[in-house]
Design a protein around this ligand. Structure first.
Ligand code: AQP
Length: 338
C-alpha cells in the first residue's frame, strides 16, 4: 500500500505555477491511484503563519484554497483534504522531532538562507517558526506514514531533511515507527513570473500582473500575457539563458497544453519560430484559458457553497486525525512519553 501526502499554503488564490507544478499532479495521482493507495492533501495553514497574516484574510484564503482544491478535481471521497491546524498531531509530532533536529542542518536550508538574506543583521525580526518550518514539514509527512510526496524542485531539500529526521529518530529510539518517504518531482518546470521571468511565479509577490490566477477571466489572462516581459530580439526562439521571458511563455504553452504528451517541446518551438510576438502571445493566452476555464467555473460555484465546504473540511479533519493518531501514539511510546 502507498500513502501520498502533499500540501499547499493558503496564502492566496493558487496560480498557474502552483497548478502546473503541483496541483495538477495531485489530481493525476488521485485519478490513477489503485484502491490500496491513500491520498492526503493538506491546506498547510500553520506554515502560512510563519510570515505575518491578517486573520480575516487568512480565514478567507483558507476557504478559497479549499474550494480551489475541489475545483481542480480532487474528490473528497477519494482524497483526504483537510486544514493542517484541524489535526493537532502535526504540531505535536513537530515538537518531538524538534528535540532531534540539528540547528546547523536547518540553518543550511536554501529557503532559510534566501529569506534571511534581505534581513541581514536583524535577527530580532527573524521568527523561530520560519527557521523551524522544515521540521513541521517533516512532521506533516511522517505523521501519516507517507511513502510518496509529490513536490516541486524547490522542496526536494526539505524532503531530504524529513528522511534524515525519520532515520535519525528510528536510530535513536531503536524503532521503525517512522517511514522515510520518496519524492515525486513534478514533470513541469518552475513557472516563472510574467513581470520578472528570472524569479518564480508566486502568490505573495507584490505585483498581481506577475502571476495568472486560476480564477482569472479570459480577458484578464489575455491582458497579463500581453503585458508579460519579453525582449526585443527578433523572432520566437527558446533560450532560457538569453530569453527568459519568451522561454517561460514557451514552457507555459507546452505544459498547459493537454496534448503535450503527444509531441515534444522542440516541435512546438519549430512550429512557432516564424510567428510574431502578438500571435505567439495570443496562442499562450488561448491555451492557458482552455486549460483553466472549467476549473474557474467550478470554483465560482463552490466558493459560495459554505455548507458544503464546511462538510468537506470536517470530514477531512476526521479522517486525517484518524490517520495521524496511530503514528503519534507509537512515537510517544518510543520516546517514553506514553
Ligand atoms: N512558480 C512555480 N512553479 C512551479 N511550482 C510551483 N509551486 C509554487 N510556485 C511554483 C509549487 O506549488 C506547491 C504549493 O506551494 P506553496 O503554496 O506551499 O508554497 P510556495 O512554493 O511558497 O508557493 P508560492 O505560490 O510562491 O506561495 P507564497 O508566495 O505564499 O510563498 C509546491 O509544491 C510548490 O513547489
Amino acid at each position: 500500500p502507498k500513502t501520498i501526502f502533499s500540501g499547499i499554503q493558503p496564502t492566496g488564490v493558487p496560480h498557474l505555477g502552483n497548478y502546473l507544478g503541483a496541483l495538477r499532479e495531485w489530481v493525476n495521482l488521485q485519478d490513477n491511484a489503485t484502491t490500496d493507495t491513500t491520498l492526503i492533501y493538506s491546506l498547510v495553514d500553520l506554515h502560512a503563519i510563519t510570515i505575518r497574516q491578517d486573520p480575516k484574510q487568512l480565514r478567507q484564503w483558507k476557504k478559497e484554497s479549499l474550494a480551489m482544491l475541489l475545483a481542480i478535481g480532487l474528490d473528497p471521497n477519494r482524497s483526504i483534504i483537510f486544514h493542517q491546524s484541524d489535526v493537532p498531531a502535526h504540531a505535536e509530532l513537530m515538537w518531538i522531532l524538534s528535540c532531534q533536529a540539528s540547528t546547523g542542518y536547518l540553518g543550511r536550508m536554501t529557503q532559510w538562507k534566501d529569506k534571511t538574506a534581505n534581513e541581514k543583521g536583524s535577527s530580532e525580526k527573524l521568527k523561530l517558526g520560519l527557521f523551524s518550518y522544515p521540521v513541521l514539514q517533516a512532521a506533516d509527512v511522517l505523521v501519516h506514514r507517507t511513502t510518496h510526496v509529490p513536490v516541486g524542485h524547490d522542496q526536494a531539500q526539505h524532503l531530504e531533511f524529513a528522511r534524515e529526521v525519520a532515520n535519525g529518530f528510528n536510530h535513536t529510539f531503536e524503532t521503525d515507527v517512522l517511514f522515510a518517504p520518496e519524492t515525486i518531482i513534478s514533470p513541469a518546470k518552475r513557472v516563472m513570473s510574467l513581470t520578472d521571468p528570472v524569479a518564480k511565479m508566486s502568490k505573495s509577490h507584490a505585483n498581481p500582473k506577475s502571476r495568472i490566477l486560476l480564477t482569472d477571466s479570459e480577458e484578464v489572462i489575455r491582458s497579463k500575457v500581453k503585458a508579460a516581459v519579453t525582449d526585443s530580439i527578433d523572432g520566437i526562439t527558446y533560450d532560457p539563458e538569453r530569453r527568459p521571458g519568451v522561454s517561460n511563455l514557451f514552457d507555459i504553452l507546452y505544459h498547459a497544453d493537454p496534448r503535450r504528451n503527444d509531441h515534444d517541446q522542440a516541435e512546438l518551438v519549430k512550429d512557432l519560430q516564424g510567428s510574431s510576438m502578438r500571435i505567439f502571445k495570443d496562442r499562450v493566452a488561448d491555451t492557458v484559458n482552455a486549460a483553466i476555464k472549467d476549473i474557474r467555473a467550478r470554483y465560482e460555484d463552490l466558493v459560495h457553497d459554505e455548507g458544503y465546504l464546511q462538510d468537506v473540511a470536517e470530514q477531512g479533519a476526521r479522517k486525517a486525525n484518524e490517520s495521524a493518531a496511530a503514528t503519534l501514539r507509537e512515537v510517544k511510546n518510543a520516546v517514553g512519553l506514553a
